[in-house]
Ligand binder design. Structure first.
Ligand code: PXL
Length: 281
């Protein structure tokens, strides 16, 4: 069984980051270790969450891992809480990447705006950090921040998306996946680019009205589970778009409070079936 480590926060309420990565990647048959970056009472779209920064704990955790000789087949980073944390996790990647893959979700913002707590200095350091990745998975907002180009809103062409993806791989990672892409009002999906062979992949599903929090983390977690399980990039993106859209549809149908994230739990059996139907291991 493959073992990955995911580096992101615990948001105690409001499904996102570790509370979705851990169940999803585990359900896909991949041992999932965690390096928590912070504990928040809830994600930062709730007003005034309590925030406990765990940056100071990271050196002791990694020292212990060094002592016991733990190794990972993949490293998946998500929400990182501070500039110092970016530097520490960058060193962590250098030390622990081995022959494994490095998957970076440069979590910083959405809908054209930075999340609270993030600064321009964090954005510029994240550009360098992305160079450590084999795969990076920004949404459109994060891609524009990383490339210093204006956020295009809802209207853009296929060629603009391809240019963004080429630009993203020029930051250093050979593969990039852009999430939250839509070329028609009733569709939503992702486009991926592999700069090693010049191939693009895209997958779209049905778009529900409104915005659904935590779906970037759901998407990224499925990609990580699929890549660790030996699926090629295009299959990983297909599984991730289909699953994310199913979670969104279930949540929209239920009419429940979207602040608490999407209903991924009920969709897990279909993910397990889809992932094992195409299992490459
Ligand atoms: O879903 C990304 C995310 C992760 N962690 C925290 C967040 C957010 C987005 O707002 O606030 C704490």
């Amino acid at each position: 069984m493959k073992r990955i480590v995911t580096v992101q926060d615990i948001s105690c309420v409001g499904r996102c980051s570790l509370t979705v990565a851990l169940p999803i990647i585990s359900a896909m048959g991949v041992e999932t270790s965690v390096l928590p970056t912070a504990v928040l009472s809830g994600h930062t779209l709730f007003p005034h969450p309590a925030f406990c920064d765990l940056t100071g704990e990271i050196p002791a955790i990694t020292a212990h891992w060094r002592e016991i000789g733990v190794a990972f087949d993949g490293i998946y980073t998500g929400y990182l809480g501070s500039l110092r944390q970016l530097a520490l996790i960058s060193d962590f990647i250098d030390e622990f990447r081995g022959d494994g893959f490095v998957f970076i979700d440069p979590v910083m913002g959405d809908h054209g705006r930075l999340y609270s707590r993030f600064t321009d200095a964090f954005v510029s350091q994240m550009k360098h950090f992305c160079g450590k990745g084999d795969v990076i998975v920004p949404n459109l907002t994060e891609a524009c921040l990383l490339l210093d180009v204006p956020y295009p809103g809802e209207h853009y062409t296929r060629e603009q998306i391809r240019d963004l993806l080429r630009g993203l791989t020029s930051l250093g990672a050979k593969k990039a996946i852009l999430t939250g892409v839509s070329f028609a009002p009733d569709e939503l999906g992702a486009v991926a680019y592999d700069s090693e062979n010049g191939q693009f992949f895209s997958r779209f599903g049905h778009r529900e009205n409104g915005s659904f929090h935590g779906t970037g983390d759901i998407f990224a977690s499925v990609c990580v589970g699929a890549l660790a399980g030996g699926h090629p990039l295009g299959d990983a993106v297909g599984l991730a778009v289909d699953f994310t859209c199913e979670c969104i549809r279930r949540t929209a149908d239920s009419g429940r409070d979207k602040a608490f994230g999407v209903n991924f739990e009920a969709a897990l059996p279909s993910l397990i079936a889809a992932a094992s139907a195409q299992n490459h291991e």
